[in-house]
Design a protein around this ligand. Structure first.
Ligand SMILES: CC(C)(COP(=O)(O)OP(=O)(O)OC[C@H]1O[C@@H](n2cnc3c(N)ncnc32)[C@H](O)[C@@H]1OP(=O)(O)O)[C@@H](O)C(=O)NCCC(=O)NCCS
Length: 207
């Protein structure tokens, strides 16, 4: 199967949102909100279209990785870094190397554009094989000072993160609280624009 990795055009947005819904539906909670997150990222001033990428099999969009600018607050001021998310692949195309290809190709782009490092909260068993290390390795914590296995970083330039210890902040506009009634109401309204999928309570859901 030939897979092409390329940058994202405005006309790809709706198909990406549909694919994202499929990839996350019932995975971490009954239903999902990742397609809503993707929709909000397009208008986020910190969105980085030059690095964000999609994967295509023929003319079908089968994967995506979206980057946004974030910062580490250090004693010497803010240090700009990237984060990504969602990274997802259509369930019918998973485990064929597409997620890995999206990650590796987009990280090459990030380096070309002179970004220094990447910090993420993601699946702790997936990213270490691509060189990600837990953020405590670099002396970087979440805003509340915490560290956990899912909070990981990657240095695009040597020692870029370890020389900028501090607290990691993501854009506030991307915050979401699935226990907030108003957020859930907005999500349900938004989801009406996408193909119907049945919500299920399944083992392993944690949100
Ligand atoms: C996680 C995801 C992006 C990986 O993409 P993919 O194209 O399926 O993965 P690849 O083919 O590149 O890599 C396959 C390898 O990753 C592992 N893997 C896939 N999904 C994984 C997961 N959720 N957790 C841990 N390992 C995972 C596979 O076991 C396989 O391991 P192996 O190489 O040792 O056999 C994709 O499975 C996905 O979209 N999942 C649902 C959404 C999600 O969880 N996104 C990540 C949020 S941080």
């Amino acid at each position: 199967m030939d897979i092409t990795i390329r940058k994202i055009k405005t006309e790809d947005h709706y198909s990406i949102e549909c694919m994202t819904k499929k990839a996350f539906w019932n995975l971490n909670m009954p239903g999902c909100d990742e397609h809503y997150l993707v929709h909000r990222i397009w208008n986020e001033p910190n969105y980085v279209p030059s690095v964000s990428s999609l994967a295509e099999a023929g003319e079908v969009i089968v994967g995506v990785i979206l980057y946004t600018k974030c910062k580490v607050e250090t004693v010497n001021g803010d240090f700009p870094v990237l984060t990504f998310g969602p990274l997802c692949v259509d369930p019918e195309y998973q485990n064929k190397g597409i997620g890995g290809k999206l990650l590796v190709e987009s990280m090459k782009l990030a380096k070309q554009y002179d970004y220094k490092g990447i910090l993420i909260c993601g699946v702790p068993t997936y990213y270490p094989k691509f060189g990600f290390k837990t953020a405590d390795t670099f002396g970087i914590t979440m805003p509340d000072g915490s560290n956990f296995d899912a909070f990981m970083g990657y240095e695009l330039q040597e020692n870029a993160l370890s020389e900028h210890k501090g607290k990691f902040y993501e854009p506030e506009s991307l915050d979401c609280d699935i226990h907030d009634e108003e957020y859930v109401r907005q999500l349900e309204e938004f989801d009406k624009n996408y193909p119907y999928m049945e919500k299920k309570v399944l083992p392993g859901q944690w949100r």
